[in-house]
Write a protein of this length. Structure first.
Length: 374
């Protein structure tokens, strides 16, 4: 760009002073032209490359969804109901998993729930029996308490012998011990009810998990879109611990909502703000410039994080300086095909020294036309 501006500047000087002879070239004018012109060109280009960031790395992205069967047991795929790269609607079946082992788990879980409910009924009946025993023991204790008091008075008048009184005391102590045993049995029966209810809740949770696994054997499309790179086959295992993805689902989105991500150097990244005007060229559309605006700036990259661990980092900064990503929304892509992964270049024009954006616009358009050849 500097050579072009320098050549144009020299051409103007030649036309004015040599070709058309509009002015007479003197030594002071020559010195002025030799100093002021290059200084203005350098200043203009400096402002252009600093205040209007340019990126050689721009790429169009698609939103992808990883299809992961949400089941706890690893089972084989029984059928695949979708063709690769074919548009499908939300809720349509992608593939199905073997239901037999999961149905068996659900049946076992349902049987466990019924057994737990029966155990709750048994435990509650045991509580009723224990409460009846406590009631009877209280009545016996009350009777022998009164009898002990009565015999204690009668033994003083020799109406009741000492031997009979001692027998009454022994019977009273047995009644008191019987009440303690009945109360302990009642507490144990109530604990049995609590334990049975806990096991019932656990069995119901297991049943819900088993039913959820059974429902997840039919995997459906999460939204409108299509499956690509379809490598799943009938008989392939899926699900289980780890929940590994088995399909890549591409979400359909209007082309007018297309977002391009461009990376910029650190020296002028901080000048970029959401809402600023941007231009993008794509290799798939030589000679065409797409207009847009900055959606957001990504303020961190992988080099800016420290992972937790037991070892201290040996070297904080290594490799090339990080470049930061900027999301650019294109405004004029309606009706156009912009495949995910399309590469290109981008420029963002800030509000500083706006006239300096002209060289950047020229470079961007020149590179767009060069896409016909390169």
């Amino acid at each position: 760009m500097m050579w072009l501006l320098g050549g144009a500047y020299c051409l103007v000087i030649w036309l004015v002073f040599a070709k058309w002879r509009l002015l007479r070239l003197s030594l002071p004018i020559a010195l002025l032209l030799a100093s002021i012109g290059p200084l203005l060109i350098v200043s203009w280009l400096f402002c252009a490359q600093y205040y209007h960031p340019y990126s050689n790395s721009a790429i169009a992205f698609d939103r992808t969804i990883l299809i992961v069967p949400q089941i706890s047991k690893r089972v084989p795929v029984t059928s695949i109901n979708v063709k690769p790269n074919t548009l499908i609607k939300k809720g349509e079946t992608l593939f199905e998993l073997d239901r037999a082992p999961l149905q068996a788990d659900a049946d076992n879980a349902a049987a466990a729930v019924n057994e737990a409910r029966a155990q709750v009924d048994v435990s509650e009946a045991a509580v009723v029996t224990a409460q009846a025993t406590v009631k009877r023991a209280r009545a016996d204790l009350a009777y022998y308490t009164n009898k002990r008091k009565r015999d204690a008075d009668l033994v003083k008048t020799n109406v009741v012998s000492q031997e009979e009184f001692e027998q009454t005391l022994a019977t009273y102590q047995q009644a008191a011990s019987g009440l303690d045993e009945a109360l302990a049995a009642e507490r144990q029966a109530k604990l049995g009810v609590d334990l049975a209810n806990t096991r019932l809740r656990e069995a119901e949770v297991n049943l819900k998990d088993a039913q959820y696994d059974l429902e997840q054997t039919t995997v459906i499309a999460p939204t409108d879109g299509y499956v690509t790179n379809q490598q799943l086959r009938v008989g392939s295992p899926a699900g289980g611990l780890g929940f590994r993805p088995v399909m890549t689902f591409i979400e359909s989105q209007p082309e007018e909502d297309r977002v391009v991500v461009a990376t910029f150097g650190q020296k002028n990244f901080l000048l970029i703000e959401p809402g600023q005007y941007a231009e993008v060229i794509l290799k798939g559309y030589p000679g065409r410039v797409f207009h847009g605006e900055v959606l957001e700036t990504i303020e961190i990259v992988g080099q800016g994080q420290l992972l937790p661990g037991g070892d201290l980092p040996e070297q904080i900064a290594s490799g090339l300086p990080a470049r930061f990503a900027v999301k650019i929304k294109l405004n004029d892509t309606a009706g156009l095909r912009v495949p995910g992964g399309s590469r290109g270049q981008a420029a963002v024009y800030t509000d500083n020294v706006q006239v300096a954006g002209i060289p950047i616009m020229f470079v961007l358009r020149a590179n767009g036309w060069l896409n016909y050849l390169l």
